[in-house]
Design a protein around this ligand. Sequence first.
Ligand code: GUN
Length: 284
Amino acid sequence: MSKLISGKEVSLKVKNQVAEETAELKKQGITPGLAVIIVGNDPASRVYVNSKKKACAEVGFNSYEYALPEETTQEELLELVEKLNNDNNVNGILCQLPLPKHIEENAIINAIKAEKDVDAFHPFNVGKIMIGEYAFLPCTPAGVMELIDSTGVEISGKSCVVIGRSNIVGKPMAMLLLHRSGTVTICHSKTQNLQEICRNADILVAAVGRANFVTEDMVKDGAVVIDVGMNRLENGKLCGDVDFENVEKKASYITPVPGGVGPMTIAMLMKNTLTAAKMHNKLI
Ligand code: GUN
């Protein structure tokens, strides 16, 4: 029987620390501001954007929402990004992904000023993550690191397996584990012997995007299992990438969905926005 890692609790600690620092900044007349752009009507994106705005209010930030219609052109979106790049009230710019198909995501990511890129998606910030000298944390992977650290389990020297190689989660996740001296394997759809590789993992991070993909036979006894998945079942229920009911019996620690990684991503976004505000005011 494993111990549950509570993303709610750990994220609250991070947000409380951000709120305390924000209160201090406000005494100097500085209020961090986050601009959130959403294009179209994707219901999941709407939920995420609402959670991000709510978190801003909780920690004392200003948030500015730009909800644009599905038909918005790439040029119009680039114009908005440019306006926000030059707005001194805006410390962080987040454009919720995915974007409609007629907009090239990389064109938008590249247009956001690196110093306001609180998602850490801009190639400059991705490069910084690669060399381990970064100001902005990749939000979801950094949230996962906080969750692992909350267990007290040492990462150095351990076998760490990341399932998924996306730019947003899998690749930066592997980098953060590597920076902490984990022995890291990245698995993906073409990986052979997936079960065998996963079964060797002391720390297993699932970021596949497929419900119940990680089954009990893929998990080592006593492993730490982190579930980044957020899948909507036909009955409307949210479920992760891990077959929680059965894997929970084998893992030493496991994250639930919801209430695991999700709240951490948002907490780390708040941390990045605070960092951006401090950088823009030459406090760091
Ligand atoms: N879509 C899914 N996750 C994310 C994220 O972390 N940031 C942005 N901007 N879009 C996303």
